[in-house]
Design a protein around this ligand. Structure first.
Ligand code: ACM
Length: 510
């Protein structure tokens, strides 16, 4: 009998799982019985299992491994599923195709860890322990943000990144595409955004204000076809790619490409080579609003995500205060002062997205400053989540002391350079409840979930990304999916789960 260990080591933990004696063996005779609408899940199962197992998992009406949509399981929601493993049959059912995709990842985790290998593992018997699993996520939003603006990563790596998110039932890949130091999203109507804004002369060494630079040019941009293919690749794994286009601050790369978008149209700016908060921001004249709408039209063409992130944070308002054009705009819009142009600007662009049937998302500075139709990501302070939820915003809790992976995971001297200050260890990530303790039911209901953040000022390589992301993302996925609070239980499961990360060749933190 296979060890019951494998169910115990599932990450994230299923809502309900009971082991029974015995096992099902996947082998060359195993065929898939594929119900109507279950084809994408069958395709994913084959794609994921074929490199290691070499099994063809052919379709057959008599197949022992059945994948089926069952409208009667509507109570399991969009992502829930039921999985039954018996000695002679496996049945995976869900009300929605996405639920089947989640169940496929569970089947994958129930197999020996070698099943995750990208190389053939032909000596391994592919045993699934007999079990009954009913699994429903606690939070509808379990995300991971990757900053490809500070350091570009090729789309081939983004596909691998998505693969590992999907293994953990993470459902939103938040792609931070633009910032002061680089613009990575191609925009046909504004080609200089990537031609000029996609390259910087060098990068600051060490934290903001260090005064030293590496002298090495850095650049890169995606093609529209690459991003569209990434969106399809992620969708096949049940992951939505949410793009982020920063405004009205964090736009130095755009201003380097198109100076007329700024508050000093004749000023030539470089793509920023420093880290920190840049005081050059977008102007508030009509050309700028038109520019943002044009960019977002193309963004919406490529990304079907219902949510579009507009950034919005760390926007110094000094340029507006000193600009007669901006002051006049504030007066014309009936605003009390130029600082209020921040909310006005985001309101204009947010309304545009809403009219197009999308939902604007913004980083909160306090939780009380964004237009009410924004979904808010709270990051600075724990109290901001409740502030935003009480105000009526849907909220994603991205509290930096629990979800920022650019902070070191221990204070050991061998840790690579990281954001100075707070250590974010594995336990802090797992202990983090996205729902504030003192939230009433209404406010708690507005907390959609949580996500990890990986800002990449100090992170240049996939190996470094993986070192910072794993296993901390496992902890966030566990908490976000199952709500599991038991640290010892998580640690025990993680010990088994690391064999899967190792089989995938993930260069994780020890
Ligand atoms: C942020 O950390 N700039 C949201």
């Amino acid at each position: 009998m296979p060890a019951p260990r494998s169910v115990l080591t599932l990450v994230p933990r299923p809502s309900e799982a009971a082991l029974r004696p015995g096992h099902f063996t996947l082998d060359a005779d195993t065929a898939l019985r594929i119900g109507a609408g279950a084809e994408p899940a069958a395709e994913l199962l084959r794609t994921l299992l074929s490199p290691a197992t070499g099994l063809s998992l052919r379709p057959s009406p008599e197949g022992q491994l059945a994948l089926a949509l069952d409208p009667g399981l509507g109570g399991l929601g969009e992502e829930g599923y039921e999985l039954t493993v018996d000695p002679h049959a496996v049945l995976l059912r869900a009300a929605h195709p996405t639920g089947l995709l989640r169940g496929v990842q569970t089947i994958r985790q129930l197999l020996p860890p070698q099943a995750l290998s990208e190389a053939p593992e032909r000596g391994t018997p592919w045993l699934l322990p007999c079990a009954d699993i009913t699994d429903v996520p606690r939070h509808p939003w379990r995300g991971a943000m990757l900053d490809v603006a500070r350091h570009f990563q090729p789309v081939s790596y983004l596909r691998r990144y998505v693969d590992v998110l999907a293994l953990h039932k993470i459902n939103v890949f938040h792609l931070h595409l633009t910032d002061d130091q680089g613009w990575r999203m191609p925009v046909a109507a504004r080609p200089k955004l990537t031609e000029i804004g996609g390259h910087r002369a060098e990068s600051q060494i060490g934290p903001a204000g260090s005064g030293t630079y590496d002298g090495v040019p850095h650049g890169g941009a995606y093609t529209r076809a690459e991003l569209a293919a990434l969106v399809r690749y992620a969708a096949a794994r049940g992951v939505t790619v949410m793009p982020e286009i920063e405004m009205p601050g964090h736009v130095r790369a755009a201003l380097a490409a198109y100076p007329s978008l700024g508050n000093h149209p004749d000023r030539a700016l470089d793509v920023w080579t420093r880290w920190g908060v840049c005081d050059t921001v977008l102007g508030v004249h009509d050309e700028v609003l038109d520019f943002c709408r044009t960019v977002l039209e193309e963004v919406m063409d490529v990304f079907p995500s219902p949510y579009i992130h507009l950034g919005g944070e760390e926007c110094p308002t000094a340029e507006w205060t000193h600009s007669s054009a901006a002051r006049e705009r504030a007066v014309a819009e009936g605003l009390p002062n130029p600082e209020a142009l921040h909310g006005w600007f985001l309101g204009q662009i947010g309304d545009f997205l809403v009219r197009r049937g999308r939902r604007p998302v913004g980083w909160a500075e306090t939780g009380a400053e964004l237009p009410l139709d924004f979904t808010v990501m709270t990051w600075r302070d724990q109290s901001h989540t409740l502030t935003a939820a009480r105000r009526g915003h849907p909220v994603i809790n991205a509290y930096h002391r629990a979800t920022y992976l650019d902070h070191a995971q221990s204070d050991a001297p061998h840790e690579p350079p990281a954001q100075p200050g707070t250590v974010v260890d594995l336990r802090a990530v797992h202990a983090h409840d996205p729902v504030p303790e003192d939230a009433d039911a209404e406010a708690a209901g507005r907390v959609l979930g949580t996500q990890t953040q990986l800002w990449t000022e100090f992170v240049t390589t996939p190996a470094h990304i993986e070192y910072l992301t794993y296993p901390r993302l496992c902890a966030l996925a566990d908490r976000g999916w199952s709500g599991a609070t038991d640290w010892a239980d998580f640690r025990a499961r993680l010990d088994g789960h690391t064999a899967r990360l190792d089989a995938l060749g993930i260069r994780r933190h020890p």
